[in-house]
Write a protein that binds this ligand. Structure first.
Ligand code: AVJ
Length: 311
């Protein structure tokens, strides 16, 4: 049985049904996420882009403060549209480094290997296709230089608050003293602004969530009727948890690879968490896991934080 099928059956059999957001990203999901990033409501990408384009030289200064030679390992590199500004800034400043973009999608890595050299011909580049920590270990076998790990886009938000410490501890265990991390956090702000970002008026986020049901239909012989479900995003300003659910409009039965699942009217499937942080929470997260927060980079609205942590 594929891991995907196993995870879907487990999630739909749970008392409170859930699916894992890492499965959003098939080819159609990738496209919908691009549309989300381009929507007027989804601000995180624009805020972080502002940091990378407007604060490039400050980023270079802080990252090269202790070492003029290192490797950059980007976890979940995607199309590297933000990091490319930093890479260019480092090259312009004659910093010696190799860029190791890591991504779970082979497609993404192929694309980067083809496209990045066109933009940055002098870049030393080695794409790594696979899981974050396995590929971080791989990068360590390829070079023993100090590592600067990029974990951008508030991807950390997909880890629930109570598990973020475990995740960051694991990251710390793969690094050694002197290594740096550049990590993006979406900050708490007006709850309406946050909720709108997960409920864009064009319906890209709705389609992005429903697309996982379509993916299950296509790849796991499911028979979800997408018209019988709706997208229900929530934001709790007290905890900073943004959660997306898909809700069943009617009482219905759905089959996936010949397994039957009953839905009552109004029953939900929990799809994704996007945790929002205060700056203080991010500093505490660093300190509790063996990192020292050494710099905070913000966009002008202070909606987004790129923090630099040192081991
Ligand atoms: C890619 C995980 C950072 O949680 O904001 C966007 C994914 N989901 N809209 C986020 C997402 C719905 C995004 N991350």
């Amino acid at each position: 049985m594929s891991q995907f099928l196993e995870d879907v059956l487990k999630g739909l059999s749970a008392k409170e049904k859930y699916l894992q957001s890492k499965y959003f990203y098939d080819a159609n999901g990738d496209k919908l996420f691009q549309s989300i990033m381009g929507s007027k409501e989804y601000y995180p990408t624009k805020c972080e882009m502002e940091i990378f384009t407007q604060k490039t030289s400050e980023l270079v200064t802080v990252l090269t403060g202790q070492n003029k030679e290192f490797d950059i390992v980007e976890l979940g590199a995607g199309d590297a549209t933000k990091s490319v500004h930093l890479l260019k800034g480092l090259l312009d400043n004659k910093v010696t480094f190799t860029y190791f973009p890591v991504d779970i999608s082979a497609n993404v890595i192929d694309l980067l290997q083809n496209e990045l050299p066109k933009k940055l011909p002098t870049l030393k580049l080695q794409g790594l296709n696979g899981e974050y920590f396995k590929m971080l270990e791989k990068a360590k076998t390829l070079s023993d230089k100090i590592k600067v790990v990029l974990f951008l886009g508030s991807n950390i938000g997909n880890v629930p608050l109570e598990k973020a410490g475990d995740f960051v501890t694991l990251l710390r265990q793969h690094l050694k003293p002197g290594d740096l991390v550049l990590i993006g956090f979406d900050l708490k702000k007006d709850p309406k602004t946050i909720l709108d970002a997960y409920n864009d008026s064009c319906g890209f986020t709705r389609d992005f969530n429903l697309n996982l049901l379509r993916r299950i239909n296509n790849e796991l012989q499911g028979n979800f009727n997408l018209d019988n479900f709706y997208h229900y995003p929530t934001y709790d300003p007290a905890t900073g948890a943004t959660k997306s659910y898909i809700v069943s409009k009617v009482e219905q039965q759905v089959s996936v690879a010949e397994n039957l699942f009953d839905f009552s009217e109004g029953e939900s499937i929990f799809m994704e968490i996007s945790q929002k942080y205060t700056v203080q929470q991010t500093d505490e997260l660093a300190k509790q896991t063996g990192f020292e927060p050494i710099h905070h980079f913000y966009d002008t609205k202070k909606w987004f934080l790129d923090a630099i942590w040192r081991c």
